[in-house]
Design a protein around this ligand. Structure first.
Ligand code: D5M
Ligand code: ZN
Ligand code: FE
Length: 522
């Protein structure tokens, strides 16, 4: 790209606008004979004077300004025809490797068409029973759990003998370096004591327990119906080699756009979209862009309306349909050869309770107008080439943070690791995470994923746990007043890009202008 054209584009973006495809091509051609910077300065000046500002500048608008400027004779000419800037040296044209690579997408699990809850007590019971039975199965695959018995069996054993029980944690209380647990299986319940005096390691483990999760407890049979914990075993995921793609295709993993919010980072997100088009960033970054075959969005596409009290004051777009129309405008700008995969978050139009079905086509038509989108439920599993991704927005991470010591908004990786260990995406019922009872518990992590992708925290984090790549994909929304009050410090505007052939992650920081765009440290 000629440096003048680059400057014209940077100027446009920094002013908060974006050129649509045709306008960009027009400016590109024009820049070989005219001064694109001066044209854009004039264009922005005119837009700023308009009562209704637009985000996307169209070709017709550029043509009109160009024409009018001549006719009105205010400017003699933009640039000079006598000395055309030389046609840019045959710079390396942007050739997208990903354009030639065939997409390989297979949806492994999507709750959308299986949701049938009516909300009766029986259904809650069925859902919890399903959770218990299936988690028990996962636990029993472990050699160290195979000899576990039911609570009833363990209660029959005499005092001071060793027992192992598989149980759900229904209560957890800590007092004077002792954690008291109430546990349950399908038949009965019991009390388990983890005491620092008898076992230093086990009390640490007990503190990591999430309510309503199913684990195996190794204990000594005490008096009454009490057990003294010696060890706690989570179902966990086995250590393994992740699957990798056989070709160098990349996936951009993002989330939490919050389009419609005053704090939506329009410029930064525009840069991201331009980068996907090979029209932003240095040669190294363009090389990465040329391999991007998938853009995966883990929820909160829009800011929504009525999500929290007085949210209206924070909205730039107050109509939900308009919010999705704006999303669609951005989607249209993503090259057609890139496959777009989306799931809803807690700000999107879908029911609030988990599992969430895909955003409904009849309700948010605008979202699906512009281009093809693979729209799935939350959570979903999808295979891209050989690589299995678990996509989950991440609402329950808040519950994990609230109940486990030393886990915070700044450490979403640790919270995600705990969910993998629990083999469940939202163990705790009745806190921040709403859950709808389904006969089948869709939140169980049945298969250990190669990539576990969540958002919601607005803090980018890349981690690895037992062969699973953990990515929390940050956000495209500046810190809101609500988040400031909550002490949440987001680091938005950075997109983690995964090479599916190596599972290496490159976080690209779009918060700086073109020349300074760089690979962020994560
Ligand atoms: O969530 C954005 C961030 O704000 C994320 O870090 C969770 C946090 N958050 C959101 N709602 C709440 C409530 N009600 N309490 C505490 N923390 C919260 P987002 O879903 O994008 O708004
Ligand atoms: Zn969000
Ligand atoms: Fe969210």
């Amino acid at each position: 790209m000629s440096s003048k054209l680059q400057r014209a584009i940077s100027f446009t973006i920094d002013a908060g606008y974006q050129l649509d495809k045709q306008a960009f091509d027009f400016l590109s051609t024009l820049s070989q004979t005219e001064d694109p910077v001066r044209l854009m300065e004039e264009v922005i000046k005119r837009i700023e004077a308009l009562p209704q500002k637009t985000l996307f500048i169209q070709r017709s608008f550029l043509e009109e300004i160009l024409e009018r400027t001549f006719k009105e004779g205010k400017e003699e000419k933009l640039g000079s025809l006598e000395s055309p800037s030389p046609i840019p040296r045959a710079r390396k044209a942007f050739h997208a490797y990903a354009e030639d690579a065939k997409a390989e997408i297979e949806v492994i699990q999507d709750p959308t068409d299986e949701i049938c809850e009516t909300g009766s007590i029986e259904e809650y019971l069925k859902c919890f029973q399903d959770r218990f039975k299936r988690t028990q199965k996962l636990l029993r695959r472990r050699i160290d759990v195979r000899d576990a018995t039911s609570i009833t069996e363990a209660l029959k054993s005499s005092a001071n003998t060793k027992v192992k029980i598989i149980c759900m944690i229904t209560e957890k209380r800590e007092r004077k370096q002792r954690v008291f647990l109430t546990v349950e299986d399908l038949e009965t319940n019991a009390t388990v004591l983890a005491s620092q005096k008898t076992n230093e390691a086990v009390i640490k483990k007990a503190r990591m327990l999430l309510l309503d999760q199913t684990v195996c407890i190794c204990a000594i049979r005490g008096r009454n119906s009490m057990f003294i914990a010696e060890d706690i075993i989570w179902p966990d995921i086995p250590q393994r080699q992740a699957h990798k793609a056989s070709v160098p295709v990349y996936a951009a993993l993002i989330s939490d756009l919050h389009i419609g919010s005053k704090a939506f980072m329009r410029e930064e997100f525009s840069r991201f979209v331009l980068w996907l088009n090979g029209k932003f960033g240095n040669e190294d970054l363009k090389d990465i862009a040329s391999h991007v075959k998938y853009v995966v969005i883990a929820g909160d596409l829009v800011e929504g309306i009525g999500i929290y009290p007085r949210q209206i004051e924070d909205l730039a777009i107050t109509d939900i349909y308009e919010q999705y129309r704006m999303v669609s405008k951005f989607f249209e700008q993503i090259p057609d050869y890139i496959e777009l995969i989306i799931i809803p978050g807690n700000h999107d139009v879908s029911r609030k309770a988990l599992p969430q079905p895909a955003m409904p086509r009849d309700y948010v038509e605008a979202l699906y107008e512009g281009r093809q989108v693979h729209s799935l439920g939350n959570p979903s599993s999808v295979r891209l080439h050989e690589v299995e991704l678990l996509l989950y927005h991440g609402r329950s991470l808040e519950d994990v943070i609230a109940s486990i010591p030393n886990v915070s908004f700044q450490t979403p990786g640790i919270a995600m690791k705990l969910l993998l260990q629990s083999r469940h995406l939202a163990p705790t019922y009745g806190k921040k995470t709403y859950m709808a009872p389904e006969k089948r518990d869709f939140m169980i992590i049945e298969r250990p994923p190669d990539i576990f992708h969540s958002g919601h925290m607005h803090v980018i984090k890349v981690d690895n746990y037992r062969g699973t790549l953990i990515v929390n994909s940050g956000a495209w929304q500046r810190q809101t007043e609500f988040q400031r009050k909550m002490g949440i410090v987001p680091n938005p505007g950075i997109a983690p890009i995964v090479n599916l052939q190596t599972l290496q992650v490159t976080p690209i920081d779009f918060t700086a202008s073109s020349t300074q765009t760089h690979i962020a440290s994560s």
